[in-house]
Write a protein that binds this ligand. Structure first.
Ligand code: BGC
Length: 477
């Protein structure tokens, strides 16, 4: 480790720093209706993320019918979005620090709409691939901006719960895509499947248009009066000055540092970057999207009919959605770290079950009930833990000045890892078989578990400013 990183001790509940120290009394009263509206509107970005990534599995066979796709072209139709997402996540982080969070979400909403129409009407496969890249830019930008926006608008006691709405929206988007795929499959209407993403993008644009910029960004750019107005809407009249002062204090301490990408590599921020990037990359390397993108294929391997496999996929989408509520309920109660640990244990167990199923089944195919049980257990474990917790934690662990850049870089890592896993899964499955692929994912998940136990701090119940101060103390002091 480049610097002594004592997150596990410093940030854990129970050693003093987790209890209310009186150092930074947090506002407990807030305007619930306003913050809930904010979170719901912003979460539409998550719905688009889920829909645009989930829709392609069911659209692909019909795109193939129309255009006659080579295996490479099929791969590109799926993964081009992930490449675009890396670009979008890269730009959004830095743009958000200069232009503001809200403006970047507005830009993303326009790109979402443009991408949906372009992809849905594409006259040739290369046009479709190009527009999937465009859509990816919006998905990537949303994946950075939405958690950041919600996180900075939320009062501490409910920050985790509200930020989890982003993941809930992703799972709704995926489920919606699965259901629409199922309903439109008879008509082979892949264009309609892709075009439908236009609708929520308009909702996102209109919603964010009427919402304010975050107080933290406003203060850090000197718009103190505007920040006060927003804080008043969040907290009412009481203690607005206290909030402004808290943000300013952290701001002043931060000013002395360089900002942007260079600062990400500075000794103070580097440990955070390792945690952020590690969480983001592991969230993909545990294999979630082998299931989200390829569930019908995996289930098909057990010998079930295609129609049944697609229906079972809707079941996977439903469990993914429903289990996110468990996270929403628990994240601000038991904390982020215990959730991650329990989730990974469940995921490792289910991956071993899947590997075992395909091992026992051999060439005849794994027993369908065992495979589906394994898939559902895996999805349930991910959806209640790693899925939401990663997105909630990213904006929490980076200091204000590099929050945009830090979440941006980590999110690029998430999309990059997603790209690698999604591209490699079919190749590895064909080369070494599903037993070994699931076995490999189980081993990687054990690595993720160790990483989390050793390096990831608990951020529950601390204001973003407090987390930052703790970090500075742990590294400097
Ligand atoms: C992940 C996505 C995944 C989704 C599944 C998200 O947290 O980042 O890659 O497809 O969860 O619900």
């Amino acid at each position: 480790m480049p610097v002594a990183w004592k997150a596990g001790e410093e940030w854990n509940e129970g050693n003093g720093s987790g209890q209310s120290s009186g150092r930074d009394e947090e506002q407990e009263d807030y305007n619930t209706a306003f913050v809930v509206v904010v979170a719901f509107v912003a979460a539409l970005g998550g719905l688009l993320f889920g829909y645009d990534t989930g829709v392609i599995s069911g659209a692909l066979p019909f795109i193939d019918n129309d255009f006659g796709l080579s295996p490479l072209a099929s791969g590109l139709v799926v993964s081009s979005l992930l490449v675009g997402a890396m670009v979008g996540a890269g730009f959004a982080g830095r743009l958000a620090d200069t232009l503001g969070r809200r403006r970047v979400v507005l830009i993303a909403a326009v790109i979402f709409a443009f991408g949906a129409i372009g992809a849905g009407l594409a006259p040739a496969v290369w046009v479709l691939i190009a527009f999937r890249v465009v859509l990816g830019v919006a998905v990537g930008a949303a994946s950075v901006m939405v958690p950041l926006y919600i996180s900075e608008m939320s009062p501490t006691p409910v920050r985790g719960t509200l930020s989890s709405l982003f993941q809930l929206a992703i799972t709704i988007g995926i489920l919606l895509a699965y259901v629409i795929n199922y309903l439109l499959a008879g008509a082979e209407a892949w264009r309609a499947m892709l075009l439908l993403a236009f609708v929520p993008s308009v909702g996102l644009f209109i919603g964010i248009y009427f919402l304010p910029e975050t107080p933290r960004w406003l203060v850090s750019h000197g718009f103190i009066e505007r920040a006060r107005r927003v804080l008043r809407r969040i907290y009412g009249d009481a203690n607005v000055e206290g909030e402004v002062e808290r943000i300013r204090r952290v701001e002043r301490q931060e000013r002395s540092n360089e900002s942007g990408l260079a600062e990400l590599l500075s000794p103070v921020v580097r440990p955070m970057l390792i945690v952020g990037l590690g969480l983001a990359v592991f969230q993909q390397f545990v294999g979630i999207n082998t299931i989200i993108y390829y569930a019908p294929t995996i289930i098909g391997e057990t010998g079930l009919a295609t129609q049944t496999a697609i229906l079972a996929t809707v079941g996977v989408g439903l469990v993914n959605f429903l289990m996110t509520f468990v996270a929403i309920y628990l994240i601000d109660r038991v904390g982020r770290k215990p959730l991650l640990i329990f989730g990974l244990i469940g995921m490792i167990a289910s991956l071993l079950l899947l590997a075992g199923g395909f091992f026992v089944g051999g060439l005849e195919g794994a027993p369908a009930w065992l495979t589906i049980t394994g898939l559902l257990l895996y999805i349930a474990s991910f959806a209640a833990t790693f899925g939401p917790v990663m997105w909630v934690m990213l904006p929490e662990i980076f200091p204000l000045h590099v929050r945009g850049a830090g979440t941006g870089v980590s999110t690029i890592g998430n999309w990059g890892a997603n790209f690698i896993v999604s591209l490699m899964f079919p190749v590895l499955a064909a080369a070494i078989g599903l037993t070994f692929v699931f076995g490999l994912l189980a081993v990687i998940s054990v690595g993720a578990l160790i990483f989390i136990i050793v390096l990831v701090p608990e951020t529950k119940g601390r204001s973003l400013e407090q987390i930052e101060a703790d970090l500075r103390d742990s590294v400097v002091g």
